[in-house]
Design a protein. Structure first.
Length: 121
């Protein structure tokens, strides 16, 4: 079973992970380049993944319910809202995500985030 470790270790991962069982985070976003760099295939509908905490322990099993690939600027407000991260607008969401990816912090993870629509099981 593949794993998902959203964000980076520390406060961000804990915050994002807490949104999943609460039903507030039902989608997530990644960069296509990360899949290429890691020679990792996209998730597939029906695939189950372990959601990991900062210590590498599985805290939930996610089932992928959908996968979309599209340019960053085509991500809709519906997707942004389903990420559950509290962004007030699509532009705020874009700014936050761009800042995260430009920081390079995401490259220190051992697993890639999903472009998919997970649902906690």
């Amino acid at each position: 079973m593949r794993t998902m470790e959203p964000g980076t270790s520390g406060g961000l991962r804990g915050r994002l992970n807490s949104l999943v069982p609460a039903g507030r985070k039902t989608v997530t976003t990644c960069l296509s380049a990360e899949y290429v760099e890691e020679a990792e295939g996209l998730e597939s509908v029906g695939e189950r993944m372990a959601l990991l905490d900062d210590d590498g322990h599985a805290i939930a099993v996610l089932e992928i319910t959908g996968v979309e690939q599209k340019p960053f600027v085509e991500v809709t407000w519906e997707h942004a809202a389903a990420e559950g991260e509290g962004d007030a607008s699509l532009e705020e969401r874009r700014t936050v995500h761009r800042g995260f990816w430009r920081s390079g912090a995401h490259r220190s993870r051992t697993a890639l985030p999903s472009c998919a629509s997970p649902s906690a099981s």
